[in-house]
Design a protein around this ligand. Structure first.
Ligand code: ADP
Length: 399
């Protein structure tokens, strides 16, 4: 079956068309600047062919129509007829407490997503727009929602409740949800394969370090704790997000700087993290390069980033009561030998021994042969998980 995977943002649509049997992405691309002047569609075919086109794309429906047109196009396409697409899988950011796995999208599911908009006001509305657009364009095609939060939905209350009055959890659903679940699940499963053991027997720590960063403690294939919380702001230092801090700091800054709620929100989500500390960039490559040039604030940003990863490795080794492997993924986790080295320095007391050469080369196994705990570098593939979940659910539906 061919599955179209969509990740709809407020002004963008990322897409990949998968052949779920071969697990190959036949084409992928990005529509940017939806609703703005100079919207652009960039399309890559599996054979390396690439094309960009500028168009007036007013909304998500038009964006998806353009995606279908390019997938069908004689020169750049990969299919001959729309009917070759058997299903559409959507990345949905927030499933709230309602979804513990991927689901076939029905009007009831859309209603629940709409009810959850308050929990993810930036992310869920464009996800819903994408679903509605597909319904408009291809009314009969089955659609599946794959949630960023689902993999963490089995965390125990001691991991997901905050130390605030319990009534607030009951009234407003304020609790830790966790995100990047699809990635943590994918790399956990890959790690189990690499270890040659059933995932049910393994204790894993996974670190997804990209623009957004999170770690998870995965016990027997179940996420029992993760660093992101009610929103993706909690936990590790990120490109532009602060991660963990004393909540009083926010109140104090608001008072001192006279900030209103939305400004404080922007400060913590867009102007903090690597960019806030370095004052230069949210891009880890640039932070590292400035650090090598002797820029002190870049060094602080790098060190804080790695120190948090290191602290959570310790915390999760304790939470799990042991660990079989630590996995690095995401743009930084996959590509930065410096970050991996600094985060894992002197952790041999936990059984973690990084092999400097394997790490520098970026091998998939980067621990030494004698390391009691394995260390892996595994490229993530969230879109493939979405495609495979979608195919499975649609196959079950048709039985
Ligand atoms: P997103 O979370 O948006 O999917 P990615 O997973 O692609 O982002 O990660 C983006 C981050 O990866 C950026 O901070 C970028 O600097 C970092 N990155 C990519 N390549 C390297 C590299 N070679 N060394 C260090 N960081 C890198």
């Amino acid at each position: 079956m061919k599955v179209l995977v969509l990740n709809c943002g407020s002004s963008s649509i990322k897409y990949q068309l998968f052949d779920s049997k071969s697990k190959i992405a036949l084409a992928k691309g990005l529509v940017e600047r939806i609703g703005m002047s100079g919207a652009v569609l960039t399309h890559h075919r599996y054979d390396g062919e690439k094309v960009s086109l500028v168009a007036e794309i007013l909304d998500h429906t038009m964006g998806i129509e353009y995606v279908l047109a390019i997938l069908l196009s004689k020169n750049h396409g990969v299919i001959e007829d729309k009917s070759e697409i058997g299903a559409v899988g959507h990345r949905v950011v927030h499933g709230g407490e309602d979804f513990s796995g991927s689901v076939l999208i029905t009007s009831e599911v859309v209603k629940v997503l709409e009810d959850n908009v308050g929990l993810a006001p930036l992310h869920n509305p464009p996800n819903i727009k994408g679903i509605q657009a597909v319904t408009r364009i291809m009314p009969d095609i089955p659609q599946v929602g794959v949630f960023d939060t689902a993999f963490h939905s089995h965390m125990p209350p001691k991991a997901y409740l905050y130390g605030i009055p319990y009534e607030l959890y009951k009234r407003h659903h304020i609790r830790r949800y966790g995100f990047h679940g699809t990635s943590h699940r994918f790399v956990s499963e890959q790690a189990a394969q690499m270890l040659g053991k059933p995932i049910s027997e393994l204790k894993l720590i996974t670190a997804h370090l990209g623009n957004g960063c999170s770690m998870a403690a995965v016990d027997g294939g179940v996420s029992i704790d993760t660093t992101m919380g009610f929103t993706p702001l909690e936990g590790l230092l990120m490109g532009t997000r602060s991660g963990d801090m004393d909540p009083s700091v926010i109140l104090y800054i608001m008072g001192k700087e006279g900030l209103i709620l939305s400004e404080a929100n922007t400060l913590l989500n867009k102007h903090s993290g690597l960019i806030g500390i370095s004052g230069e960039s949210s891009d880890m490559r640039e932070v590292i390069s400035s650090m090598h040039d002797g820029v002190k604030r870049a060094k602080y940003a790098f060190e804080i980033f790695c120190y948090r990863v290191r602290k959570y490795i310790g915390a999760y080794a304790a939470a799990l009561g042991g660990v079989d492997a630590v996995v690095f993924t995401g743009g930084i986790g996959e590509n930065s030998a410096d970050v991996r080295r600094e985060s894992l320095k002197d952790l041999s007391f936990l059984g973690l021994e990084l092999d400097p050469e394997r790490n520098a080369k970026g091998d998939n196994i980067i621990s030494t042969d004698s390391s009691r705990v394995k260390i892996f570098r595994i490229p993530t593939n969230e879109e493939l998980v979405i495609a495979l979940d979608t195919e499975e659910i649609v196959r079950e539906m048709k039985k």
